[in-house]
Unconditional design. Structure first.
Length: 644
């Protein structure tokens, strides 16, 4: 900013008020003279001006006194809005009334009655107009000589208009234009900014050197907002979002614009949870979550507390994860459900005695079994531990629930259990078969069910946090294969649907969550790069910022995931939840395989255990050979290495 302007803008608040006050005094004198000149069509009507000199003293003094009382000099001009103009109009009206009274008291009968009216109109125009001019000049200086981010606001409605007012007085952004889908607003102005057709957005960004696009669409659907973000992400401009209506109602500051999250790209409109289904499994009940420190387990625990659970038992083998979720839930319970007790239990799902004791002593009614190893390559390298935790752990927990007469047992499963190509998916499918068989047998009051869904955003092992880190350091972003795709949903939505699905179960149900459309991981990486304000570097754009490197499919990984083994899915009471009848093996065969697996685990025979999985799990076709690390070490170089 130029030096003279810097001196002007750096003046103290009191100095600016004094300057404005003396300017107003001069303006009031000028406006009174102008009123006489206009009334008599004479630049200097001496016969009327000279006898009226007391009025030239009274009006400026009385006027600034009125304006001071109205707080006109406390207003910050760069934040001025229509209320200040209303205050000026009120002040001028009081000055006119005072002028009439003054002329009557002091016998100034030669002053025409129209002079105060003409004076009032010119004074209001001058005082209000001068402040608007100063305000406009300030914003012109800021927009032309400062380093503020130049932005276009998408949405010229009430929210966009309010956002423009807030940003014009802020120190970070300079709004230069609006774009809006409403054709009636095109070629008009809102808050002094032109409104354009969104189809011209690319040209506007280039012509105005715009750095950022702010979305002010708080009442738009998720699908509409997602479509706009996907389209804008091609323009290599940074994108931020104004809070949604629920966030604004929850006292989120209107100008608290946030980063675009991957959730915004999914385009999934929220479906209001069915209260009756939530209450059926949660409200006034003791709820136990195994794997409570994980992504899904911790969110299930939060929603249990939030929906009126009598007690929440957190079962977790990771000490720090258990400590973290317990600390969070204690505060949450204190805020919204003080009667809810939180019990952290440190232990393994393979410990039948401990699990049964927990279910019995805490009178558990609902169990969400989320404990599992789910990272495909890690389980592929640790076959026996994957079988123990995912399959034996489920069997142990389900049998304890049956003996303790738990009302509902819900297994958290995965889309990788469908036609698996990896050990993790096969162990989860075998866990489903264990639960299905228990549900089919008589003599138990426990309702067993399982809920199958895909990836959740932000979970441990998710590609999204990895991509964010890689983008933050300038890349490259690593993707295993250009055609690989996955289903995604948010953690809160997944947990809510799991609770509702479990409440609909009658026994042995396999529930499938509607995951929407699959997302190509390479496209996701490109969108995340663009949304960060950077460009993709490839053969067509060698000058781009961040490159995407394809590393090849990892052991056990497949290109496409599925949710259904057969073709018999049907709807339920909930639009986002489906159910399917799927085959499972007999008790005799399952017992034989499980006994053989236990023996293989005891003998450290990962190849045998893996072959048993291939035999028992329908359509399990491993995408790689046995890459169990201990197995490979034992047979390295064709020699059997003795393991002590």
């Amino acid at each position: 900013m130029p030096d003279s302007n810097s001196i002007l803008t750096r003046l103290s608040r009191n100095a600016k008020r004094v300057i404005l006050l003396f300017t107003d005094v001069s303006a009031l004198v000028f406006c009174l003279w102008a009123a006489f000149a206009l009334r008599f069509s004479n630049w200097w009507p001496a016969s009327h001006l000279e006898p009226s000199w007391p009025l030239f003293i009274f009006i400026p003094l009385f006027g600034v006194t009125v304006f001071i009382k109205l707080g006109l000099y406390r207003a910050v001009i760069r934040f001025m809005n229509v209320k200040v103009l209303q205050s000026i109009a009120l002040g001028v009206g009081l000055v006119i009334a005072g002028a009439y009274i003054f002329t009557q008291l002091f016998g100034l009968t030669h002053v025409p009655r129209s002079v105060p009216i003409i004076f009032g109109l010119s004074a209001w125009l001058y005082l209000g107009g001068s402040r608007l001019s100063i305000r406009s000049y300030y914003h012109w200086l800021i927009s032309h000589y400062s380093n503020r981010v130049r932005v276009i606001i998408y949405g010229a409605g009430d929210a966009g208009s309010q956002l423009a007012i807030l940003l014009q007085g802020a120190a970070e952004y300079t709004p230069v234009a609006f774009v809006d889908d409403d054709k009636g607003l095109w070629n008009s102005q809102v808050q002094g900014l032109p409104v354009y057709d969104p189809s011209t957005l690319a040209d506007l960004i280039q012509e105005n050197q715009v750095n950022m696009l702010l979305l002010a669409l708080p009442d738009a659907t998720e699908a509409r907002r997602s479509a706009i973000i996907r389209s804008a992400s091609e323009l290599n401009v940074y994108i931020k979002i104004m809070p949604l209506i629920p966030e604004i109602i929850a006292s989120e500051p209107l100008d608290e614009i946030r980063e675009v999250e991957i959730e915004d790209l999914l385009g999934r409109d929220q479906v209001t949870p069915q209260k009756a289904l939530i209450e059926c499994s949660i409200t006034a009940k003791a709820v136990c979550i195994t794997g409570a420190g994980g992504s899904i387990g911790s969110e299930l625990a939060r929603q249990a507390v939030s929906n009126g659970a009598k007690s929440v038992i957190l079962f977790e083998q990771n000490e720090f994860a258990l400590y973290a979720i317990e600390s969070e839930l204690l505060q949450l319970a204190q805020d919204i459900n003080p009667k809810c007790s939180i019990y952290p239990i440190l232990g393994s799902v393979l410990n039948y005695g401990l699990i049964y004791q927990v279910f019995s002593q805490f009178n558990v009614k609902t169990v969400y079994h989320a404990a599992a190893y789910k990272h495909v390559p890690l389980v592929e390298h640790n076959v026996l531990e994957g079988i123990k935790n995912n399959t034996f752990g489920t069997e142990t927990t389900a049998l304890a629930a049956k003996k303790a007469d738990v009302e509902r047992f819900i297994l958290i499963s995965t889309d990788k259990a469908v036609r698996p190509t990896n050990v993790m998916g096969a162990t989860k499918r075998l866990a489903e078969m264990v639960v299905q068989l228990l549900a089919s047998e008589n003599g138990s009051s426990t309702i067993f069910s399982m809920v199958r869904f895909g990836n959740v955003l932000g979970s441990s092992g998710s590609v999204v946090p990895l991509f964010k880190k890689q983008i933050a350091i300038g890349g490259p972003v690593t993707v295993t294969h250009p055609e690989i795709n996955r289903y995604f949903m948010t953690i809160p939505e997944a947990a809510s649907l799991v609770i509702q699905a479990g409440s609909m179960a009658k026994g042995g149900d396999v529930f499938l969550l509607d995951m929407g459309e699959p997302v190509k991981i390479a496209d996701l990486a490109k969108q995340m790069i663009r949304l960060s304000g950077r460009t993709v570097k490839d053969t067509n754009h060698p000058q781009g910022d961040i490159e995407i490197v394809y590393s090849g499919l990892r052991p056990g990984e497949k290109l496409y995931e599925e949710l259904l083994i057969g073709s018999n899915a049907s709807g339920t009471l909930h639009p986002r939840i489906m159910t399917a009848d799927e085959e499972f093996v007999s008790r005799q065969r399952l017992d034989f395989v499980l006994r053989s697996m236990h023996q293989a685990v005891e003998n450290k025979a990962s190849a045998t255990a893996r072959n048993l999985l291939i035999d028992i799990v329908k359509d399990f076709e491993p995408s790689s050979s046995n890459v169990d690390l201990l197995f490979k070490a034992q047979h390295r170089g064709g020699k059997v290495i003795k393991i002590c």
